[in-house]
Design a binder for this molecule. Structure first.
Ligand code: SAM
Length: 234
């Protein structure tokens, strides 16, 4: 898979994407990242990417032309047009399901806005989908783009040691994950549940499922309700 990020801060993105599991996936060739500075696609000598909003008001707006040129540049020579996502607080909220769906795509372009946002016309012309990472406003789209790139990369075959690593995790099946413990067996008077020390795989599995149900019910009743509804469906 290829993920191109269009940003005013490519170094910030490169740094994050070179670390940990995501960085190792890139080193193994499971994913290829390109971080592109939108300023490189300006036509004026000052490399200006923003201007004042028509109609007045506070702040600046990112201009359409450099963004469109950046999208055209990263699409050039590709067999298929990439799927272009604008990270925006106005988009649908990112979910594990959406990340899984996007992980099957060959080429994604992630557009990071700044200031008051982006000229609407380039969104209408070039963007396939807007995604938000939550109902709050950040200064730029870089952190949301990195969240999305991380979330997708760990779902790609070979990025984690086994698909089971994410299949049992929170949100994959609609439940939160069961509690996790590691050595020592006893810490500050708190013991690891006996079943986990039993070596009985069926019992461990049943206990974990019970725990996942219970903690979803307690911590996220909204998810629990949805899970129950989908379980009821034939
Ligand atoms: N004026 C815009 C509005 O009210 O919808 C907000 C602009 S925000 C200050 C600047 C940029 O940060 C946006 O263009 C977007 O790329 C990014 N951004 C901010 N919050 C975000 C969120 N929750 N999810 C995804 N992107 C976000």
């Amino acid at each position: 898979m290829r993920i191109d990020i269009l940003t005013l801060f490519p170094e910030m993105c490169e740094r994050v994407l070179s670390e940990s599991i995501v960085g190792r996936a890139a080193a193994k060739g499971i994913v290829t990242f390109g971080c592109h500075n939108i300023r490189d696609y300006t036509l004026d000598k000052h490399n200006r990417v923003d201007d004042a909003p028509y109609g007045g008001g506070m702040g600046m707006v990112m201009q359409a032309e450099p963004i469109d040129r950046a999208i055209q540049a990263v699409s050039k020579g590709c067999e298929e047009r990439p799927y272009v996502i604008y990270l925006s607080p106005q988009g649908k909220t990112l979910t594990q399901q959406k990340a899984l769906e996007l992980s099957h795509m060959k080429h994604l372009v992630l557009l990071c806005g700044h200031y008051e946002g982006v000229d609407e016309r380039v969104l209408e012309q070039d963007v396939d989908e807007e995604l938000s990472i939550g109902d709050y406003v950040l200064t730029g789209g870089e952190l949301p783009a990195l969240v999305l790139a991380d979330c997708i990369t760990r779902l790609l075959p070979g990025a984690l040691s086994d698909a089971i690593c994410f299949e049992e995790e929170s949100h994959f099946s609609g439940l939160l994950e069961y509690p996790q413990y590691t050595r020592p067996v006893e810490w500050n008077g708190r013991r690891v549940p006996d079943v986990l020390l039993s070596g009985h795989h069926a019992n461990i599995s049943a206990w974990r499922h019970e725990q996942a149900l219970e903690r979803t019910r307690q911590k996220r009743p909204d998810l629990f309700e949805k899970y129950q509804e989908t379980e009821k469906k034939p």
